[in-house]
Design a protein around this ligand. Structure first.
Ligand SMILES: [Fe+2]
Length: 399
């Protein structure tokens, strides 16, 4: 029977960590709190090392409102800095990427070397009388860590090490990404009208495979599809046991070749979800890294990278790019659908048409169990110091 307003406000009759309030996706105060308690404290995927392959190559991005630049130094080491001049705060690297011998602020032309030292203050005689001196005005360095060619950063100097943070979460992709040189061959980004968590949730649940036309025909038909188990790692990360995609069942994809990446069987798919916002998906021949950047409660930047084997013959690269684009290019057959799904959710959350999101599926952690989403929201609740199921108390408590 349909519910009246009172009934509609009652939480679902399931354990408290088996649902979350719609407020966690839409409330601006909680969004501001996430910036401080989550985004500025976690390790965040920045780029793949192949995107800054040569000395002086840099890549810029914004995280938790902070403009950042990742650059490969003259000593080959990859570093990250807050992308702001020590003088009057302007950006020292503009545009998404480039190559620079020095980072030069375009406002007053102060210069920094690739290791972040301030090496030139324009017409420095003006600072002789009272200072300051350039030795004290290097860029602010941000912690970096590199694993399997992926560069991660952390704005918090006191956060746990990356190794402790990630734990064993890369076990399933260690051989795939670590035994041959890998490079990025595709990048695109888009903005969606949805909360960043909704995007990550689509990567952390298999139940919505029912919504994907191509998945209904291919992966869901494969033997054992529903029996695969979720594996949870510490700090909110997780994965699911590999599955086999039967591409041959989808018209037009019968000729997909089998130049699989190392360690993978035919049609094998593996996916690793890192808290809070990154998913690494391996689809037999190619790799994709998804990263989201929260902009506002209902606005998220998505970055998509496609990766293949570095230096491979042109024909093999073309095959890999084609396989990648079948699914993951801007006009791919899958995951673009996910943007449509989550924008439909957002339309309800944004206007108060939704009260709760139910994460109560229990199938002994088999594929269509919501266990990884619950694991994610437990970590979110731990970091925020508030249960995701009950933001009303939480906001009152904060007052
Ligand atoms: Fe999906």
């Amino acid at each position: 029977m349909a519910r009246n307003a009172d009934q509609w406000g009652d939480p679902p009759k399931v354990p408290q960590d088996h649902y979350v309030s719609a407020q966690v996706y839409s409330n601006p105060e909680l969004f501001a709190e996430e910036q401080e308690k989550i985004f500025r404290k976690v390790w965040r995927f920045a780029c793949h090392e192949s995107e800054v392959a040569a000395v002086g190559d840099y890549r810029t991005f914004t995280w938790a409102g902070m403009p950042l630049v990742v650059i490969r130094g003259t000593d080959e080491k990859i570093r990250c800095f807050i992308n702001s001049c020590s003088h009057r705060s302007s950006l020292v690297a503009r545009g998404p990427s480039g190559n620079a011998k020095t980072l030069t602020c375009f406002f007053h032309l102060w210069q920094y070397d690739t290791q972040g030292h301030c090496i030139s203050m324009t017409r420095d005689l003006g600072y002789k009388e009272v200072g300051p001196c350039k030795e004290d005005l290097g860029l602010r360095e941000v912690r970096t860590a590199e694993r399997l060619g992926m560069v991660f950063i952390n704005l918090d100097d006191n956060a746990q090490s990356f190794d402790d943070y990630v734990g064993n979460a890369f076990a399933l992709i260690e051989e795939v990404m670590g035994s041959v040189p890998i490079e990025v061959f595709h990048y695109h980004e888009t903005q969606m009208r949805a909360n960043w968590k909704q995007w990550h949730e689509t990567n952390m649940e298999d139940y919505h495979n029912w919504g994907h036309v191509v998945n209904r025909v291919t992966g869901m038909q494969a033997k054992g599809h529903f029996e695969r188990k979720w594996i949870l790692y510490g700090n909110g990360h997780g994965t699911i046991e590999p599955m086999k995609i039967e591409y041959v069942r989808y018209k037009g994809w019968e000729d997909r070749q089998q130049k699989n990446l190392p360690g993978l069987g035919p049609g094998e798919l593996r996916a690793v979800d890192l808290f809070p916002n990154t998913t690494i998906i391996v689809r037999a021949t190619c790799i994709r890294i998804d990263t989201s950047t929260p902009i506002a409660p209902g606005q998220t930047l998505l970055e998509y990278r496609g990766l293949g084997i570095k230096g491979e013959p042109a024909a093999e690269r073309a095959m890999r790019v084609r396989d990648h684009n079948q699914f993951w290019g801007p006009f791919g057959r899958n995951l673009v659908e996910d943007v449509v799904f989550v924008e439909a959710v957002e339309e309800c959350n944004r206007n108060g048409a939704a009260q709760f999101s139910v994460l109560a599926r229990r199938e002994e952690m088999r594929a269509q169990d919501d266990g990884l989403m619950r694991h994610f929201h437990n970590e979110w609740s731990r970091r925020m110091g508030r249960p995701a199921s009950n933001p009303a108390n939480w906001l009152q408590a904060a007052e």
